[in-house]
Ligand binder design. Structure first.
Ligand code: GLP
Length: 253
């Protein structure tokens, strides 16, 4: 079931998402949390750090897993998703670095690295919370359209659309890696709770497909429709065109 929380704009989306995450961590301080590294989440992470500094929430007993990573970038590369997470959230928490887990972008055997990560998640007790964003093409993590709902952490080829979506962070499409690691759709959907954060008109078509169409692998995020405890926090722009189909406060089964 999906619970939809509507917000006005990116700021209020971030506030609602940060409130949701902090409430869950207060309920279960030792939560195992999957972190998305999208531009959408930067303000939410900054708000969570403010809450942590104000002692409104503590992350010191949580364990965090980065959701995805480009292949072939060093972890200190300014373009790596690890670097983005470290700068926007990890370093500000003051939490012991052993509590943050990453995929090794430079692993000599990427398939073995993906399998190792999947095992590590299971050994941590599985994900309590998966914090997701959504790609313009409906991807979650780097699970591109066509990803099986049974997929696990693995190496994927990025679509042209995703490469274009993220090109501005690299200074051109030709500089974006064409392959990436991602937790699989099944890995993410096994999280006990899922939170998808969406903002901006460029996500409207993807969100429409998630909320109105039947779940199908062409829209990987539509797997949320099959999850028992999924929440989407979305702003007015990202819900463009959905007003008549999805009433305010709707829970979609
Ligand atoms: C990217 C990442 C996801 C992210 C999503 C949305 O390609 N793989 O982890 O959540 O797409 O990103 P953004 O918030 O920057 O639009």
């Amino acid at each position: 079931m999906i619970r939809l929380i509507r917000a006005e704009d990116h700021r209020t989306v971030s506030e609602a998402a940060a409130a949701w995450v902090s409430a869950e961590v207060r309920k279960k301080p030792e939560s195992v949390i999957c972190l998305a590294a999208g531009r959408t989440h930067l303000l939410m992470y900054s708000m969570l750090l403010d809450m942590s500094r104000a002692s409104l929430v503590s992350f010191k007993s949580c364990t965090f897993f980065a959701m995805d990573e480009y292949l072939g970038l060093g972890h200190d590369s300014p373009h790596s998703l690890r670097h983005m997470l470290e700068q926007s959230f990890v370093l500000g928490t003051g939490v012991d670095s052993s509590r943050f887990r990453y995929l090794d972008s430079l692993a000599s055997d990427p398939e073995a690295e993906a399998a190792r990560y999947e095992r590590e998640i299971m050994e941590a007790g599985g994900l309590d919370i998966a914090i997701l964003g959504i790609g313009r093409n409906g991807h979650i993590g780097f699970n591109e359209p066509g990803s099986a709902f049974t997929s696990r952490t693995r190496v994927v080829d990025l679509t042209k659309e995703t490469i274009e979506q993220n090109a501005c962070q690299f200074g051109g499409t030709h500089k974006v890696p064409t392959r990436a690691f991602t937790m699989g759709v099944a890995t993410l959907m096994q999280a006990r709770k899922v939170l998808l954060v969406a903002s901006g008109r460029d996500k409207a078509q993807a969100l429409y497909n998630v909320l109105v169409s039947r779940p199908c692998i062409d829209v990987p995020a539509s797997a949320l429709r099959l999850h028992p405890d999924a929440t989407i926090v979305a702003d007015r722009e990202s819900l463009y065109g959905l007003d008549s189909q999805v009433p305010a406060g709707a829970s979609l089964v």
